[in-house]
Write a protein that binds this ligand. Structure first.
Ligand SMILES: [Zn+2]
Length: 429
């Protein structure tokens, strides 16, 4: 197959020849027989890799399944996702991670790499079978209690020590539990005005500081999930300046949205579509997160795609579930927040949405530059497209997007997984 007229990382127009799941040739005016696809001048990116996806299967197939979640991922330009462990049952044994891995092989429209829980049942009391999950067919390398924080310092230390044996990483959901009891939104001016219990920045920052120190102390790898505050950025910058093995991610929504949407938004006040954990923060936090992603203090954009059925989201603010879907809008939000603002070029996007997440997850076959010999995992993207976000067009089973009706830039034209299209002309194949 030859893909004509694409711009690799936004460069000069070239053709790509794919053969046997691999990029065989890159260059202008390629000759060859077989099927041809007109790239139409689209930007070619390496297939995106998400470090933080909630696929909800097993247990909450009313919200999402491996099939619909990976369809959603493919439409967003992803060729691999890390499936978070807070399913039902929890992915805390070799048996459950292998089940998720097999579901991915059978129904996946992209590769599914299971994340293993750090503690049994995400209960924070006893380490899960980390070694057995690492040795299983799923070859787990990322461990996380995401949704909950591993708040016990001794357990966190042990987990960091344990994963060293197989080059694993502990991905922490940094939330000091006592400081966030009953928290409803960011603690600040808006929460004060609305009388909602606040989720203070210090509850995130205190755990990140502690875990950076622990990771350095035991010489292990720490990854910080969904960093949301300017103070967290300062701590990460300090930890990296020490040469410690610490990486971090930011979500698209924390790069764009702020906590005043809880008070006033196009969809009214107290709309739970904006309820998410960690919460939306302030404009100053958004600016600090963008700068940190641009200068590499934050390594990765990860979606934290968190599907919820309508009945869990369309209730009063205090009762609503926390979370937003994000796979199908991630690249558009990143373009708007980072590329169109001049903070990142397309090579920078490739690093933060493909190379770095694959490297941190130790995911073979993904996150490779677009060059001859690399696996043909590709995303073709048209940055000039403009259209209001229409959730009814989403492949996800859930509709809890905060961008409904907003005009986001760009469109994923096509996605290729090992040379086979999973999306063409914006539609699932
Ligand atoms: Zn989380």
């Amino acid at each position: 197959m030859i893909i004509r007229d694409v711009r690799v990382l936004g460069g000069e127009p070239v053709d790509l020849r794919l053969h046997d799941g691999v990029i065989a040739e890159v260059g202008p005016g390629l000759k060859g027989a077989g099927e041809e696809i007109d790239g139409g001048g689209a930007i070619a990116l390496p297939g995106l890799v998400d470090l933080h996806t909630h696929l909800r299967e097993p247990g909450r197939e009313d919200a999402e399944t491996v099939e619909t979640g990976t369809q959603s991922a493919a439409r967003g330009g992803y060729t691999a996702v890390h499936a978070m462990a807070n399913t039902s049952p929890v992915a805390d044994t070799a048996g459950v991670v292998e089940q998720v891995w097999r579901l991915g092989r059978e129904f996946g429209h992209c590769d599914v790499q299971p994340v293993g829980a750090v503690t049994v049942g995400l209960e924070g009391r006893q380490l899960a079978e980390l070694g057995a999950m690492a040795d299983s067919a799923a070859r787990v390398r990322v461990f996380s209690d995401d949704g909950k924080c591993v708040s016990d310092a001794v357990l966190m230390r042990r987990a960091l020590e344990y994963v060293k044996a197989f080059d694993g990483v502990v991905a922490q959901h940094a939330q000091e539990p006592r400081l966030t009891e009953g928290a409803q939104m960011n603690e600040g001016v808006v929460s004060g005005r609305l009388g909602l219990t606040g989720w203070p920045a210090v509850a995130e920052e205190a755990i990140i500081a502690r875990d950076c120190l622990l990771a350095a102390h035991v010489g292990s790898r720490l990854h910080v999930c969904h960093v949301s505050t300017a103070g967290s950025v300062e701590i990460l910058r300090w930890a990296k300046s020490k040469g410690w093995n610490v990486t971090a991610e930011v979500t698209p929504h924390h790069l764009l949205l702020t906590d005043d949407l809880v008070e006033e938004s196009p969809v009214g006040a107290y709309n739970p579509i904006y309820k998410v954990n960690p919460p939306l923060r302030t404009r100053a936090d958004v600016e600090a997160l963008r700068a940190a992603l641009a200068d590499g203090t934050i390594d990765v954009v990860a979606t934290d795609h968190a599907p919820h059925p309508v009945e869990d989201k369309e209730s009063e603010w205090s009762a609503a579930a926390m979370g937003m879907i994000g796979l199908e809008t991630a690249l558009g939000v990143v373009q708007g927040a980072m590329v169109d603002t001049g903070l990142l070029d397309w090579a920078g996007v490739a690093e933060r949405m493909s190379y770095a997440p694959a490297r941190i997850g130790r995911l073979a076959g993904h996150g490779n530059p677009i060059e001859a010999g690399a696996p043909a995992n590709l995303t073709l993207y048209d940055p000039s497209h403009r259209a209001p976000v229409d959730p009814s067009s989403f492949a996800s089973r859930s509709r809890n997007t905060p961008y409904r009706g907003m005009t986001l830039p760009g469109r994923v034209v096509a996605t290729f997984l090992r040379g086979k299209p999973t999306v063409l002309e914006g539609k699932l194949v």
